[in-house]
Design a protein around this ligand. Structure first.
Ligand SMILES: [Zn+2]
Length: 211
């Protein structure tokens, strides 16, 4: 059996087990999606949102890209954010990075990864530049990379706060709470590093006053 066929077989077994435990499981889920959380994570195969948070299908709305970036011109991310915040009315938006992230590592080198990846990684280089002073006091390379991972998550949360989507929901409904987390590949533990709620201070330059 080839590897992809194994996936289909696993799926069959999984669906039967779910039905055995709860005959109405899929019928119920097919009618309603009311997740409380939006997860913006890294595409890395080792960081599956549901598995590491002990949640089930239906509980987390998920968007993933390389190095969990929130880019204000990314129509894909903004569509997910708009739908999750304005329609699903999620209470929390979580940006979850992870130590040992290939995107962060790549951005810290001077290698040419060809244009499309160079363009994506540029966003991480910009985070480095913003925090260069702090980062360059760290002599241990691994620790500097870990710190950039944390700062990157923090910057992405700040990017969320700059969107009119979040600002409008904060003004009208005092939600969602924004969270920046970093997952450890080596111990499986999530470390919260940053948080913002509807009362949070944001740079006035980015604030919309006619929402
Ligand atoms: Zn990653």
């Amino acid at each position: 059996m080839s590897t992809y066929e194994k996936l289909l077989q696993n799926n069959n077994t999984w669906a039967s087990k779910k039905l055995q435990a709860d005959p109405g499981y899929f019928e119920r889920l097919s009618h309603l999606q009311t997740p409380e959380f939006l997860w913006i994570g890294c595409s890395d195969s080792r960081v599956p949102a549901n598995e590491i948070t002990g949640t089930q299908p239906g509980e987390i709305f998920v968007h993933r890209n390389i190095a969990n970036l929130v880019i204000h011109t990314d129509v894909n991310l903004l569509s997910v954010l708009e739908y999750a915040v304005s329609h699903l009315k999620v209470k929390h938006v979580i940006v979850c990075g992870h130590y040992g992230c290939g995107g962060i590592k790549a951005a810290m080198t001077n290698r040419d990864f060809k244009q499309v990846l160079n363009m994506w990684l540029r966003n991480i280089k910009d985070v480095y530049r913003l925090h260069r002073e702090e980062l360059e006091t760290i002599t241990d390379e691994q620790k500097r990379e870990d710190r950039l991972t944390e700062l990157n998550v923090r910057e992405q949360v700040l990017h969320l706060a700059k969107t009119s989507i979040i600002q409008r929901a904060w003004k009208n409904e005092q939600r969602p709470q924004l969270h920046g987390w970093v997952y450890g590949l080596k111990d499986g533990l999530i470390k919260p590093v940053f948080e913002m709620g509807h009362n949070a201070h944001i740079d006035p330059f980015y604030k919309y006053d006619d929402l």
